[in-house]
Design a protein around this ligand. Structure first.
Ligand SMILES: *Cc1c(COP(=O)(O)O)cnc(C)c1O
Length: 456
């Protein structure tokens, strides 16, 4: 959890998946979200937190959600499709589900050890605000969030810059998102700098985020008849983080019939499932910007299984991918994943049509990401007697322009964010220069006497 990425560049995974028998799954039926969360995550946490502490962290994390159920499951008429609403957290996107808990787990661990950590991250919009909300006002953590100046929406920017907590440092970089990411990476690659400031990453490759996302697959399946009845899931994804958590739930014993992966025009995943070859191409901007990704960082975790859990073989394949832009998987392994995953893509026009269709047929307004899940769920349904859960990953008001184009109506922000456009902002400009970024971090982290002591 503290390291994020392993020092050799690999991703962490459990040596073996905890197993839940049908009777153990059945015992979770009708239990509140927090209880399901505790049971599902406890085997990963072990004795890192005692039971009382871990239950308290879970309760605190999900008290910030504005739905008492945390993640409501809603049927779409009698179509057999169900929405799993994952956007009731403080920043209106599913990333809050994992990050609210991760922020508390990090803080608790650092306080106990008497340590301080510095998060440095780059964002094209959604991740930044979710990470900032997760750690605001925590004494053990400072967060430096880099975003491309003028290239995030006003709502996205304000969700970051109106957090005035002293440990939050918003940096508007004169450059692109890739420039921001390169700056953040350069900080981590300077090992002396990384160690001096105890740099940590909370991006989607942090296994603690995967762990917290496994919970809602159990939660939704229990609502719809598991363990007696299997359930299918449709997941709009870019980094493969969300759907990988579902794959983990299946490895743990949850009866999942199959997964449908939804992509926008940036379709590296559907192309992989069609051809067995993962090939990079240029990123195209779409109405679903949180999926405008060409390298799905969590996909490496699935590939580990496709390479027979042989870390050396996978590391070689990833090195080839980075140098040639292509990685191929053989027939047997590909057949195995195709049995479990379907993948579909939807362009911007299709996305607007899907938003309008869901609104007309079922009276539900979807954001563009969720609309992609809704469309591919219908394209790839294998068995109409199996309930299909569509993961709704953002509140429609987070992407008001696309939703207005599709429906003619501008979705309104929930009451607690209604004054977002009037709140005071705090942000600093930063030129696209690694020396300037390091100097700024040194300056901020060195000036507080208490922190200087921690690091001396
Ligand atoms: C981040 C995000 C996604 C994609 O999540 P992955 O981790 O790439 O699976 C989808 N929808 C929304 C709204 C997001 O913010």
């Amino acid at each position: 959890m503290l390291a994020g990425l392993a020092r050799d560049g690999g991703l962490y995974l459990p040596a073996e998946w905890p197993q839940f028998s049908p009777a153990e799954i059945a015992a979770l039926k009708g239990r509140p979200y927090g209880e399901v969360a505790f049971r599902v995550m406890q085997p990963f946490v072990g004795n890192a937190f005692d039971e009382t502490t871990f239950r308290r962290l879970i309760a605190e994390a999900y008290a910030t959600f504005d739905a008492p159920e945390v993640a409501p499951v809603k049927p779409l008429g009698d179509s057999g499709l169900h929405l799993l609403e994952l956007f009731h957290g403080p920043t209106l996107a599913f990333k809050d589900v994992a990050l609210q808990l991760l922020g508390l787990m990090l803080d608790q661990t650092l306080l106990r050890r008497g340590q301080h950590a510095t998060i440095v991250g780059a964002t094209s919009g959604d991740t930044g605000s979710a990470a900032i909300e997760a750690v605001r006002d925590r004494k053990s953590i400072d967060i430096f969030m880099l975003y491309p100046h003028g290239r995030v929406s006003e709502v996205q920017r304000r969700q970051m810059t109106t957090v005035l907590a002293p440990n939050v440092h918003n940096l508007a970089v004169s450059g692109t998102f890739d420039d921001c990411q390169d700056l953040a990476k350069a900080c981590f690659n300077d090992l002396a700098f990384r160690d001096r400031h105890a740099l940590t990453a909370v991006n989607s490759i942090n296994f603690a985020r995967v762990m917290a996302q496994i919970v809602y697959y159990f939660w939704a399946a229990l609502r719809l008849g598991a363990p007696e009845r299997p359930v299918a899931f449709a997941v709009p994804t870019g980094n493969f983080g969300n759907v990988y958590a579902g794959y983990a739930a299946k490895q743990m014993g949850l009866p999942i019939h199959h997964f449908v992966i939804g992509s926008n025009t940036n379709d590296i995943l559907p192309r992989f499932f069609e051809t067995g070859a993962m090939t990079m191409s240029a990123v195209v901007p779409t109405y679903s910007p949180s999926m405008d990704i060409q390298i799905s960082s969590n996909f490496e975790r699935l590939l580990f299984d496709l390479y027979g859990r042989d870390g050396k073989a996978l590391a070689d394949a990833m090195a080839t991918f980075r140098s040639t832009g292509t990685l191929e998987v053989g027939g047997n392994a590909l057949g195995g994943v195709r049995a479990l995953f379907d993948a579909g893509r939807l362009d911007d026009e299709g996305t607007l049509a899907a938003i309008a269709d869901c609104r007309n047929r079922f009276g539900e307004t979807l954001d563009p990401h969720s609309a992609i899940g809704y469309a591919v769920a219908q394209q790839h349904r294998r068995d109409s007697s199996v309930p299909m859960v569509v993961l709704a990953t953002a509140h429609p008001a987070k992407f008001p322009d696309a939703v207005q184009k599709a429906t003619g109506e501008r979705p309104r922000l929930p009451a607690r964010l209604a004054d977002l456009l009037e709140r005071t902002e705090r942000v600093e400009g930063l030129r696209n220069d690694i020396a300037a970024l390091k100097e700024l971090i040194e300056d901020r982290m060195g000036t507080t006497p208490q922190r200087a002591r921690t690091h001396s």
